[in-house]
Ligand binder design. Structure first.
Ligand SMILES: [Fe+2]
Length: 180
């Protein structure tokens, strides 16, 4: 079992403040995304979250040999957004997909590779880029923005992902899957 950070300490007041700050950051993220995901606003919110060691402190981020694993960090009570930590073993990747709803993500540790595709049946690979720790990106709902995120490296990778959907809808309602 992978446990990131130091052992959880008895500091409930500090944790409450950190949780409130996280919710506030997510509220700003949603406000930016609701404005058609303009500019780099969601990315600007993800970046400081990546630099906050408290975000994943003490969380058991268990990987799986079958596929990358999604761990819930925060679910908006009104179902407007969800924040997840994803754990990727080497060789694991998402399907090729576009987004029905906005998404923002950042790399906490390890290296992820993002492949881009042009629309087609099947989609046509166009380029790729490496995303190391601290890198963050965002994307609006756009049928022509097709990509695949995966761990092509040799060590475990962890990312955080924010979606404009409720937790129980954050898979099928967000991703417009184009290929396995
Ligand atoms: Fe995506």
């Amino acid at each position: 079992m992978l446990v990131l950070g130091l052992k959880r300490r008895d500091r409930s007041g500090e944790m409450a403040r950190e949780h409130a700050a996280l919710i506030e950051a997510l509220a700003r993220l949603v406000a930016a995304a609701d404005a058609a995901c303009l500019g780099a606003a969601p990315q600007a919110v993800i970046a400081p979250l990546l630099a906050d060691p408290a975000l994943l402190e003490g969380r058991a981020l268990v990987p799986s040999a079958k596929r990358y694993v999604r761990h819930l960090l925060h679910a908006d009570p009104l179902g407007r957004h969800t924040l997840l930590a994803l754990v990727w073993q080497p060789g694991q990747a998402s399907p090729v997909h576009a987004h029905h709803l906005w998404c923002a993500f950042g790399v906490v540790s390890g290296v992820l590779t993002e492949h881009h595709f042009a629309p087609g049946d099947p989609p046509v690979p166009t380029c790729c880029r490496l995303l190391g720790a601290g890198a963050c990106c965002h994307g609006p709902a756009a049928p022509h923005l097709i990509h695949r995120l995966g761990n092509c490296g040799t060590t475990l990778a962890v990312s955080i992902q924010a979606y404009g959907a409720a937790w129980d809808e954050s898979g099928q309602r967000v991703n417009d899957i184009r290929a396995a």
